[in-house]
Design a protein. Structure first.
Length: 201
């Protein structure tokens, strides 16, 4: 029998194997959307678990809205960059640099606790949290280089290079820690990871 021309039909006491029909859709949807059953569908995926508890799946956030969080991050940083590039003389830079870690922590905490604080509007909490920690990121971009440059040093070029290299090391460290955490504790525990990151500043 050529299976590309005629699909075989097998029946046993345990199951029936045949070509899927359109009428099967309601039953299949019911089975595959059952969170209790999804963990048994390992053969449907090339990984050890079928179900990935992402923000999209956990809170019903679309890819468009998730992309908007990224856009909000960059737009907020750019806005802060422009404000402090042209109007830095109107701000107390010393105080702002001191509170930047607190702003970062506040944003990350709000991001992590959004499902608890705003159970019916999780996305708004994620959005506000993103804006807050993005403000701190924008301030860091604009102010830290000037702070390092103002510190007396025998080799200011070395100090500036070290500052900029810390960003790359920071990204690498965050990726490694996040990957290991999500692998061993599961993506559904992402909030604990975010709270841990919030405690670092």
């Amino acid at each position: 029998m050529n299976v590309y021309q005629s699909c075989p039909f097998f029946v046993t006491p345990q199951f029936t194997l045949r070509l899927v029909r359109r009428s099967d859709a309601p039953g299949l949807l019911k089975v595959y959307s059952d969170k209790q059953a999804q963990h048994y569908f390992n053969s449907d995926n090339c990984t050890s678990d079928f179900r990935f508890a992402t923000l999209r799946e956990m809170y019903g956030i679309s890819y468009t809205l998730l992309g908007t969080l990224v856009l909000t991050n960059f737009f907020t940083q750019l806005t802060i960059d422009l404000i402090f590039t042209f109007f830095s003389k109107y701000f107390n830079v010393k105080k702002i640099v001191r509170v930047m870690p607190l702003i970062t922590s506040a944003g990350l905490l709000l991001f992590a606790l959004s499902p608890v604080l705003f159970p019916d509007h999780v996305y708004l909490g994620l959005l506000f949290g993103t804006v807050i920690f993005s403000v701190s990121a924008g301030l860091s971009e604009v102010l830290l280089s000037h702070v390092i440059a103002a510190i007396p040093s025998d080799n200011p070029q070395r100090d500036m290079s070290a500052l900029h290299s810390l960003y790359a090391f920071g990204v690498f460290t965050v990726v490694v820690i996040s990957t290991l955490f999500l692998k061993f504790f599961g993506s559904h525990n992402w909030q604990y990871l975010t709270v841990f990151m919030a405690a670092l500043p």
